[in-house]
Each structure stands twice: as structure tokens, then as C-alpha cells.
Design a protein around this ligand. Structure first.
Ligand code: 13P
Ligand code: ZN
Ligand code: NA
Length: 281
């Protein structure tokens, strides 16, 4: 069942668990994420980044996700991850996305507020929730190059949420996109401090490479959505490579697509269990 992210995130915040948000790059990954959600009775968010949408259009993802979501009664949302512009957010809403993120985190505070509010005002008339980001996630998510020491200030978070009217907030607590080359300097207590003064659901980005206990600690401190991308891409690609090595003469994409989508499905199920969203649908 295709739904927005609003109720699932509010329920997660109130219920002390997190919704897993999984980045899809192709039909196999969409298939795998919905199957995992159905098998574990978990509400789920499928998300695509701005650069993924240069590869396949928002209409293609909306079509695939709608078709798969219809086959299950668990809540499935389609979300734009790290939306790079107001225009892209509008295009995704027009295509049928049920949630969007506008990432103005690289902008000065006032400009981040302006663009986030503009998207929130527009999305409101469509009933589409908006995630924004304050502070920075390190590493590289597509074209977004992170910087160090950009932890979200709780006071600024309060002002940001009040002035923009966004529905959820990605916060800087030391996590980074990609697999960690050096141990991250996490500040999970900051999530708890923000949670005390901000009522909308809080989002942890950059979960690939984090230990299960770290994510669970984050959930206890008030995180209601956790984003997973790199580990899914690795699982998919490793399974394809393993198949091609075993059978280099293969030419049917279904042959290596099958173990690849199974590998993604199993990984998504494992991450859902860590988030605690299994059995919540
Ligand atoms: P990872 O690639 O570290 O899983 O980060 C995912 C993310 O934050 C997507 O927005
Ligand atoms: Zn991210
Ligand atoms: Na990461």
C-alpha cells in the first residue's frame, strides 16, 4: 500500500523504533525492499537520490514502486533523498512521490530556511511531507560533499523547524555517507538533546558501516528514520560479481539479477530488525 511517510514516522517516534529508509537504484532493488517489508511486516521507505534520478526518471521509480506497493498491505512510501532543488522536489511530487527531502544543509542558515520553507509550503497542498537537513552529514552522497564538525545545534533546530514547517529533520551527529574509513566521532547525546526540544521525527543519515548497537542507541536517543544506501549497493554489486565470476559466459540479466536482489532483500531484512520496525505494520 503506497502511503506518505507522515504516519509511519510519527508512529516510530512515539513507539521508540525507527523506520528503515533504503536507497534503490533499479527495479531489482525496489523489488527486494518491498519483499523484505512484506515478509517482516515492516512499514518501509524506498528512496532515490538526485543522481539516481538522472539515471532513471522519477516517473520510472514511481511506476515501479506503485506497482510493487499495491501487492502488499504493509505501508510503503517513495521518498526523494537529498533533493538538490525546489524544482526537483516539485517534479517528484508530480511523478507520484509521497515524500521529499530538500537538502539545503550546505547553504547558510537563512538560505537553508528559505528553500526548505518554499518546498514545505508547496508540498503541503499535496499532503506530501518534507524532510530537511540542518547540520551536515559527512562523506559523499552523490554530489553532496560533506564537511567535518557540522553538528546540529539544538537551538537552531528549534528555530529551523518553527520557521520552515518541515515534517522531519535530518541532523548532524557525526555520521557520514559511505563506509567509514576512520571511526566517526558520533555525538548521539546530541540527538537526545534535539529530541527534547524538537517534536518532529529526527533522521539519521549515513548508516552504512555503523555497528548495530550504535544505531539502536541512536533510536533510544530519539532517531525515527535511518537511511541505508552504500551497503545495499555493495550487496547488489558483490552478488552480481560473484555470479559473473562463477559463470562468465552468462548473458541473461535475470541470471545474475536473481542472487543480487536476494542479497539486497536479506540485508534489508537484517537492517529492519536493527531498526525495530519489523512487525509494526
Ligand atoms: P550510507 O550510504 O552511509 O548508508 O548513507 C545513506 C544515506 O544517508 C542516504 O541518504
Ligand atoms: Zn543521506
Ligand atoms: Na555511512
Amino acid at each position: 500500500m503506497l502511503v506518505t511517510t507522515r504516519k509511519m514516522l510519527d508512529d516510530a517516534r512515539d513507539g521508540g523504533y525507527a523506520i528503515g529508509a533504503f536507497n534503490a537504484e533499479n527495479a531489482e532493488m525496489v523489488w527486494a525492499i518491498v519483499r523484505a517489508a512484506d515478509e517482516l511486516r515492516a512499514p518501509v521507505i524506498i528512496q532515490t537520490t538526485s543522481s539516481t534520478l538522472k539515471y532513471f526518471s522519477p516517473e520510472m521509480f514511481a511506476g515501479m514502486v506503485k506497482a510493487e506497493a499495491q501487492k502488499t498491505d504493509v505501508p510503503v512510501a517513495l521518498h526523494l533523498d537529498h533533493g538538490s532543488s525546489y524544482e526537483l522536489c516539485c517534479a517528484c511530487i508530480a511523478a507520484g512521490y509521497t515524500s521529499v527531502m530538500i537538502d539545503g544543509s550546505a547553504l547558510p542558515f537563512e538560505e537553508n530556511i528559505a528553500v526548505s520553507k518554499k518546498v514545505a509550503d508547496y508540498a503541503k497542498s499535496f499532503g506530501v511531507p518534507v524532510e530537511a537537513e540542518l547540520g551536515r552529514v559527512g562523506g559523499k552522497e552523490d554530489d553532496v560533499v560533506g564537511v567535518d564538525d557540522q553538528y546540529t545545534d539544538p537551538k537552531e533546530a528549534v528555530e529551523f523547524v518553527e520557521r520552515t514547517g518541515v515534517s522531519s529533520l535530518a541532523i548532524g551527529i557525526g555520521t557520514a555517507h559511505g563506509i567509514y574509513k576512520v571511526a566517526p566521532k558520533l555525538d548521539l547525546d546530541r540527538a537526545a538533546d534535539i529530541r527534547k526540544v524538537v517534536s518532529i521525527p529526527l533522521v539519521m543519515h549515513g548508516a552504512s558501516g555503523l555497528a548495530d548497537e550504535v544505531m539502536q542507541e541512536g533510536v533510544r536517543k530519539g532517531i525515527a528514520k535511518i537511511n541505508f544506501a552504500t551497503e545495499l549497493r555493495v550487496a547488489f554489486s558483490e552478488a552480481v560479481k560473484a555470479y559473473l565470476e562463477k559463470d562468465p559466459k552468462v548473458f541473461d540479466p535475470k541470471k545474475y539479477g536473481t542472487p543480487a536482489r536476494e542479497a539486497v532483500k536479506e540485508l534489508v531484512k537484517q537492517k529492519m530488525t536493527v531498526c525495530g520496525c519489523n512487525g509494526k505494520a
